[in-house]
Design a protein around this ligand. Structure first.
Ligand code: NAP
Length: 283
């Protein structure tokens, strides 16, 4: 029941109609008996500043920020948490003491999904990321700070991979190297984890993010895509004997961490997971 005391949360994106986050957070509020509700807001890029400035006067307690606003929202905030500052993007705003604080829970969400769902510990491990956009930035810094041994970064835009490699080396001291398509062939077999951080696999008929023979038994193959839950990359990886992890866990745990930042309560993970699965089944 929404009352005059209900705390309002939400998500700013454009478009936003396909978001799974309201199902996950509203289920969590109900389970924990937290008097809150979570609503989607379709915020046109031209209205982002006005939308963010409206949070305080409307008494909204926090929002998630999604495509295409994660980087552009930064100038409208009062403060950035360490994760958002390092990554250079925000996916969660917490309203605290009249101030807007930007966090980024994507990288930590991925790390928690790795740990919870596969038991994998990144310390000393070799990580290969294909695609070096926003999601890869979040994951690269988080894995580097969690003790990853080395990061190999590949992107069709070589300059983007080079920039991320340079930022990770400078800010974390971890060995991060941009690799071209040829190096990918020689380096991939030695990596422990292969991560698809490109959108390839979202649409039927998309090519694989890398050649199938680069994936071997002993690899952990991760796809950040959560819809479909089992991409062609993951199916091929499984058929080649690799362990696999879909992007659903990252989506779940970035939400779990946001819920905990907003409410100070422990998130009901299994309820959020169920709500997500149910909503995806409907989609
Ligand atoms: P993004 O910023 O567009 O980054 C994707 C990067 O991959 C771009 O640099 C793109 O280059 C590059 N790329 C495209 N095709 C490539 C190829 N064949 N080989 C190498 N690089 C290629 O997107 P993002 O926001 O980082 O998202 C990436 C994926 O993660 C999406 O599928 C998204 O849905 C998913 N994601 C999942 C979660 C989750 O919670 N599970 C959260 C965030 C994102 P160009 O820009 O030149 O095309």
């Amino acid at each position: 029941m929404i009352s005059g005391k209900t705390a309002v949360f939400g998500i700013f994106g454009y478009p936003v109609e396909h978001t799974f986050s309201p199902a996950m957070h509203n289920a969590a509020f109900a389970k924990t008996r937290f008097d809150g509700c979570y609503v989607p807001f379709a915020v046109h890029p031209g209205n982002l500043g006005d939308a963010v400035r409206s949070l305080l006067p409307l008494g909204i307690r926090g929002v998630n920020i999604t495509v295409p606003h994660k980087e552009r929202v930064i100038p409208f905030l009062d403060e950035l948490a360490e994760d958002a500052r390092l990554i250079g993007a925000v996916n969660t705003i917490v309203v605290e003491g009249g101030r807007l604080i930007g966090h980024n829970t994507d990288g930590r969400g991925f790390l928690r999904s790795l740990r919870e769902e596969t038991g994998f510990r990144p310390k000393g491990k070799g990580i290969l990321l294909i695609g070096t956009g926003g999601a890869a930035r979040a994951i690269s810094f988080t894995l580097a700070l969690a003790g990853a041994g080395s990061l190999l970064l590949h992107d069709i835009d070589a300059g983007k991979a080079e920039k991320l490699a340079c930022d990770v080396r400078e800010r974390t001291g971890v060995r991060a190297t941009a690799v071209n398509a040829e190096d990918l062939r020689t380096e991939a077999p030695d990596a422990d984890v292969l991560i698809n951080a490109t959108p390839l696999g979202m649409k039927r008929g998309d090519p694989l993010p890398c050649s199938r023979d680069l994936v071997r038994k002993g690899h952990l193959a991760c796809d950040l895509i959560y819809n479909p839950p089992a991409t062609r990359f993951l199916k091929v990886a499984r058929s080649r004997g690799a362990e696999t992890l879909s992007g659903i866990g990252m989506l779940l745990y970035q939400g779990v961490i946001a819920f905990e930042l907003w409410t100070g309560k422990k998130a009901p993970v299994s309820i959020m997971k169920k709500a997500l699965a149910k909503q995806m089944g409907r989609g």
